[in-house]
Design a protein around this ligand. Structure first.
Ligand code: HEM
Length: 638
């Protein structure tokens, strides 16, 4: 009997191996005939369970054996291999290629021409919504939908992203930036002259959350050192107070932070009823946070609805007013028997879902950009000085209360401030790859004057930003000043954005819509370098481009300008030398110690990982913000 079982198993294994070899050979022949460079993988890694198996077991296991380090295919099994290996694939394969396994293809592009075609042919290259279901915790939304469902939702959320709202973001960015500085000054060991900040990431996250709450939802938020009385008649129990609303464990902010954290992933591991019954604290806390968050979101939406009914139009400048209006209008049409087209209205669940997704998509991304900008500027002191001199030139001695959105935002954005913003996003795009899927047959795209086919039948198409943004083909570069590389595309060089190349880019932006969105005043007659279409994709492009792009750009410009008008940032070197020792140091000793801190900071930045966005996990990089003129390392000329 045992013999027959053994025989059956061997026959099955043999059959599988032979079958896989035949399928693999067929797929390789296809990919050759489509004209694609390719890499062969032994199996396909799509799917949560398979990816986990590959990432957590197979790849670490292979690493134990040095002879596997030369193998090519394991490098391509890592889901974020473009961030892990940066430009390696550009050198070996060119700027597009396919991976082939016995059962599937993947297509990867770092080519601007292909990116533009893929991003703009929405019906052919769909969004693989199945990998986003985790973001449906509060209801379906624009980010996780496709087809007519997505179009209806996008049409409703887009009108909120206006120049009026951008102006509000500007105002709040300046205010919140100042509050963050005051918060740092209020902490033990700091003074208004010198702010010691252990982990800027957590505070830029708070700042971004406050701005999206204020400008997006009309709920002002306060920092721990601020008193609730400054909220005046905008104080709302639990929504912006330090204590939760009656009957709830968490405040809105606490519940949001928890539900936008990694633990939300539990919802994709177990069905909700299992989590509800789970004896584990982490699951109970997650469910409680989700319930509290849902309660606050509903309360907020109800409040918007009441305001509208009372005719308070000023609230129409935020991002959820249009959602409530659309659903109210659709309800009214229905009640009046007029019938509602499929292009109108949102269900209650979609209103909470979209409200949450605006918060989710709009807060961590921008927080990361600010966090990395601070670190890069602390590493590159020469660029920081250049940034400050540009801010001084544009602003003069005027206090922040007089900085205007219409004039100052445009001037600052088109200076080193915009350079720092773009360079940070180029190096660490919060969304390092944009996934699409080709569910139909092979699709033809043009590249460099020829036509190639992108495989179909459920092929994932990834637009790989972290490699694309380092391509010599699309970005101006010079020799690296910090490594022996003959280009500086892995370095932080914000000045590259100041050299406008008349041959490249789409030329000057006109007042017409871009990607279906209103053009912001600061983009018109912009003077920064504009990469060719499809070469700079942090916000994606085409109909599904990020609607919050200008929101984020205004926020980062306001906060960077406000902070660097008053302060300089330096790496904290106290791990290597005390303040007293630094004071006694020669120039060379200072340079050495700062060099150590720079090396550590680069290593930690390079260790950033993809959770929902690309960000630093683990040890932070401590920094000090010092009043301008009080820098300890300004004489280093770094
Ligand atoms: C630096 C900051 C940001 C970056 C890099 C960024 C990037 C992106 C990208 C790449 C997408 C497309 C994702 C895909 O199709 O797979 C996206 C979509 C989206 N973003 Fe942003 N985003 C940022 C800030 C914001 C802000 C501030 C908001 C809101 C206030 C926002 C709201 C959204 C929404 C609602 C979508 C879904 C749009 C749709 O699917 O139609 N984002 N974002």
């Amino acid at each position: 009997m045992l013999f027959y079982i053994f025989l059956a198993i061997i026959s099955y294994l043999l059959y599988t191996v032979v079958n896989n070899i035949i399928s693999l050979r067929r797929n390789i022949a296809l990919v050759k005939c489509w004209g694609l460079p390719y890499v062969v993988l032994p199996f396909n890694e799509v799917g949560v369970a398979r990816s986990a198996l590959v990432e957590l077991i197979l790849l670490p296991f292979l690493k134990l054996f040095p002879f596997t380090h030369k193998w090519i295919w394991p490098k391509f099994m890592n889901a974020f291999n473009h961030w892990t290996f940066l430009r390696t694939h550009l050198g070996s394969l060119g700027d597009f290629y396919a991976t082939v396994s016995p059962s599937s293809f993947h297509f990867e592009s770092m080519n601007a021409e292909i990116n533009t075609q893929v991003a703009n042919r929405r019906a052919e290259f769909e969004k693989p919504v199945e990998i986003y279901t985790i973001v449906n915790v509060f209801g379906r939304n624009a980010l996780t939908s496709d087809g007519p469902d997505w179009r209806r939702q996008r049409k409703i959320i887009s009108p909120g992203f206006t120049e009026r709202n951008n102006a509000r973001v500007w105002e709040l960015g300046l205010k919140q930036g100042q509050s963050m500085l005051e918060y740092w000054a209020s902490k033990g060991g700091s003074s208004i002259e010198e702010l010691k900040v252990e982990n800027t990431a957590s505070d830029t996250a708070t700042l971004a959350l406050h701005i999206i709450c204020g400008a997006g939802f009309g709920i002002p938020q306060i920092w721990p050192h601020e008193d609730e009385s400054i909220l005046g008649d905008k104080k709302m129990a639990g929504l912006n107070t330090k204590r939760p609303a009656e009957g709830h464990k968490l405040t809105f902010k606490e519940a949001l932070v928890y539900t936008t954290g990694l633990q939300i992933a539990w919802f994709s591991v177990f069905p909700e009823w299992v989590l509800q019954k789970s004896p584990f604290k982490i699951h109970q806390k997650l469910i409680a946070a989700r319930d509290d968050c849902l309660f606050y979101l509903k309360e907020l939406i109800e409040q918007k609805r009441n305001y509208r009914r009372l005719g308070f139009e000023q609230d129409a400048t935020d991002l959820i007013a249009p959602l409530v209006k659309a659903s109210d209008d659709a309800e009214r049409s229905k009640a009046e028997g007029k019938g509602v087209s499929q292009d109108e209205g949102l269900s209650e669940e979609e209103i909470t879902g979209n409200t949450f997704v605006i918060m989710f998509a709009g807060h961590e991304t921008t927080a990361n950009v600010l966090h990395f900008s601070f670190l890069f500027l602390a590493i590159n002191l020469a660029s920081q000085r250049h940034l400050q001199s540009d801010i001084d030139e544009k602003i003069g001695d005027r206090p922040a209360s007089s900085w205007s959105y219409q004039v100052d935002m445009r001037n600052l954005f088109n200076s080193m401030v915009g350079g720092v913003l773009h360079e940070t996003i180029r190096l660490i795009p919060p969304v390092p790859h944009i996934p699409k899927i080709n569910r139909g047959g092979p699709k033809q795209v043009k590249v460099d004057g020829r036509t190639i086919s992108i495989p179909g039948n459920g092929t994932f198409v990834h637009l790989e930003n972290s490699t694309l943004h380092r391509s010599r083909r699309y970005y101006p570069y010079g020799p690296s000043k910090i490594t022996d590389c003959d280009d500086d595309l892995d370095d932080f060089v914000p000045e590259r954005w100041l050299q406008k190349d008349p041959k490249s880019g789409e030329g000057e932006t006109t007042e017409q819509q871009v990607d279906g969105m209103e053009v912001a005043s600061f983009e018109v007659h912009g003077s920064l370098f504009r990469p060719v279409k499809g070469a700079y994709m942090p916000f994606s492009e085409g109909p599904r481009a990020c609607p919050g792009r200008r929101f984020a750009e205004v926020e980062v410009t306001a906060v960077l300008s406000l902070v660097f008008k008053q302060y300089s940032v330096e790496l904290d070197v106290s791990a290597w030398a005390s303040d007293e020792q630094v004071e006694e140091m020669t120039l060379q000793q200072k340079r050495d110690v700062y060099g150590e801190a720079q090396k550590r900071a680069w290593a930690l930045i390079r260790g950033s990982q993809m959770t929902f966005t690309l960000k630093m996990e683990g040890d932070p990089v401590p920094v000090r913000f010092v009043k301008r003129g009080k820098e300890r390392f300004s004489d280093l000329r770094l």
